[in-house]
Design a protein around this ligand. Sequence first.
Ligand SMILES: N[C@@H](CCC(=O)N[C@@H](CS)C(=O)NCC(=O)O)C(=O)O
Length: 234
Amino acid sequence: MSLPHLHLVSFPLCPFVQRSVITLKHKSIPFERTYIDPSDPPAWFRDRSPTGKVPLLIVDEDTALFESAVINEYLDEISPPRLMPDKPLGRAQARAWIAFASDMIMGFHRWMTAPDEETFRDARNEAAKGLTQLEQQCRAEPFFMGSDFTLLDSTVAPLLMRYDLVRDPESPWQPERFPNLARWWQHVSQLPEVRESVPEDFRERLGKRLSAQEGFAGPRLAGGLAAGLAAGGH
Ligand SMILES: N[C@@H](CCC(=O)N[C@@H](CS)C(=O)NCC(=O)O)C(=O)O
């Protein structure tokens, strides 16, 4: 089957873009990529995007798709084999947990950008609750839902990559508390499609973003990221 021309409009730090990149790379689907700054988007992007958000996938220079979960299902449908369970109930479960992981990305963002200590602690507690629920679902055999890579793996990887990088003594991500997720991440973080799903200077960009943030969380988390860098950890 011949594939359409795919143009992914991206932002280097965006976890939603990253999940589409992981799917594209996992399936070895060729694509063109343009980076924009969604906080100061070019006019052509404003014209084409109904939400003003990335990712935007322009198919055959004609149709613009938005919402990363929808983009991922489209990519999956046009390039077999499918990265979703065979049975309707399994697919419904995968979609539900994909939506759950999207909320957790927003939760990570609330924690990372908390303006004061109280918001930081509240966001931390909420995120820890979400991680506990993900932990109960994660089979890590070696993939999230079992022996096969699914769109849920593409979706959760950007979240864990960020928690793994942004270290803090009070981080909701404490690997020893979440052994399934930790085992899963140890495996999935080594996959080329995950390693190559962000720009090479991703940490530095994240560090700059945190340092530039005003309020409680930014400077504190930037310090943790720098310490991880100095120790050669990730
Ligand atoms: N639900 C959307 C979320 C996408 C999203 O929030 N993207 C951010 C960048 S990570 C964005 O473009 N923000 C610009 C804005 O909100 O104006 C999806 O899954 O695609």
